[in-house]
Design a protein around this ligand. Structure first.
Ligand code: UD1
Length: 392
């Protein structure tokens, strides 16, 4: 059985890591060959290499070096190069993760070549089609053959779109990633010392989504609200995604961060987990960070109107505020009153919504069941074909 995983952006490296471990554990038994394609969508050391090192992911077998660009250009270049790899390797299955342009290109290239596609984190919907990620999710789900749903809601979304018969509920692979790494992060990361932070005495911020960064008025309103929050109330640490740094310098060049709003370089996975694990509150527009906050018990304020991870809201760990200053302040205050010690425990809801900690094993089993079934179906068809020929 030959599998190819296609990754390209930071959150995909995190999702790949537990799958690699599950594959390593079963490799001998199952005769599994696994190759990694890195599209190069993220290429900075801080957004890519550090994740491979920390999460002990083997070097990619193919690095396509695509880099940044307009969506059509970036996705088109990926399609072209992924297709070449797939023609060369002829895998039994391609595995894609999440909702980035690398997911879309991987799923499309494979399905056009009639290679089976498994989509990890299938069925997520924010019901906001202005997000590039929403389009990527929908298309990837509809061209994939095996839809690996992390939650019951995701599976129900797939059923609504008549994709239920291709879907399997596996639990959430990022939950497993957090469980694997949180303890290591506590001993390996020195980020609190380096930034001279005390546990519970700061908030953590990330902003990088196109809906927030591509609209200058909206970006300015978020940045001003963050400045105000930092100056009046809570010091904030803000690891800056390159896209956001670029937009700030181009569209908000007269804006300067308050001294208590600290803009820093992007962080590796362990540093980020450790910062999250000790933050009083997190403010973010990232899908992954909303979930990670829920897993570690950090109350979250989401700088978006809608989320594909409604479970974190239903489970009492997340509030959606968009770019609205009043709502942002109200939410931070509410979290501080509700959790004066700065820590919550959502573990019952986490288990209820995101499954136990063996999503990677469930994913691998679903893949191997799928391949066995298609194998026996094709050998039956083949046998029938041979009989038919003889009859003629
Ligand atoms: C992508 C995903 C998003 C995911 C995010 C995680 C899509 C449509 N979006 O967004 O869903 O949440 O990754 O970070 O696929 N850049 C660098 N160095 C890098 C990578 C990017 O400087 O290593 C800069 C470039 O200026 C680029 C911009 O960031 O133009 C955007 O990068 P891109 O990968 O297109 O999208 P992300 O914003 O990272």
């Amino acid at each position: 059985m030959k599998l190819i995983s296609i990754v390209g952006a930071r959150p995909q490296f995190v999702k790949l890591a537990p799958l690699i471990r599950a594959i390593e554990a079963r490799k001998e038994v199952a005769g599994l060959e696994h190759l990694i394609v890195h599209t190069g969508q993220h290429y900075d050391v801080g957004l890519s290499d550090i994740f491979f090192q920390e999460l002990e992911i083997p070097n990619p077998d193919f690095n396509l070096g695509i880099g940044s660009g307009l969506h059509g250009v970036q996705t088109g270049l990926m399609l072209n190069k992924i297709e070449q790899v797939l023609i060369e390797v002829v895998p039994n299955m391609v595995v894609v993760f999440g909702d980035t342009n690398s997911t879309l290109a991987g799923a499309l290239a494979a399905s056009k070549l009639h290679i089976a596609v498994a989509h990890v984190e299938a069925g997520l919907r924010s019901f906001n089609r202005s997000m590039p990620e929403e389009i990527n999710r929908i298309v990837a789900d509809h061209v994939s053959d095996l839809l690996l749903a992390p939650t019951v809601t995701a599976k129900e979304n797939l059923e609504q779109e008549r994709l239920g018969n291709r879907s399997v509920l596996t639990g959430d692979i990022m939950y497993e990633a957090v469980l694997l790494s949180r303890r290591i992060a506590r001993s390996a990361s020195s980020v609190l010392d380096r930034l001279m932070l005390s546990p519970g005495a700061y908030g953590l911020v990330t902003v990088h989504r196109a809906e927030n960064t591509e609209d200058p008025a909206r970006l300015a309103s978020i940045l001003n609200a963050l400045n105000e929050l930092a100056s009046s109330d809570l010091p904030l640490i803000f690891p800056l995604h390159p896209r956001t740094a670029d937009r700030i310098s181009k569209c908000c060049s007269d804006w300067t961060a308050h001294a208590r709003l600290r803009l820093i370089e992007p962080l590796g996975y362990f540093d980020m987990l450790q910062l999250l694990d000790n933050a009083r509150v997190t403010l973010t527009d990232s899908g992954g960070l909303q979930k990670e906050a829920f897993f570690v018990g950090c109350p979250c304020v989401t700088l978006r109107e809608k989320t594909e991870w409604n479970e974190t809201v239903e489970g009492g760990g997340n509030m959606l505020v968009g770019a609205d200053r009043e709502k942002l302040f109200y939410s931070v205050e509410r979290w501080k009153r509700q959790y004066p010690a700065g820590r919550a425990n959502f573990s019952r809801s986490v288990r209820q919504y995101f499954g136990n900690k063996s999503a990677a094993t469930a994913i691998l089993k679903a893949i191997s069941d799928f391949l066995q079934k298609s194998n026996s179906a094709s050998s039956t068809t083949h046998d029938e074909g041979v009989c038919g020929d003889a009859d003629n």
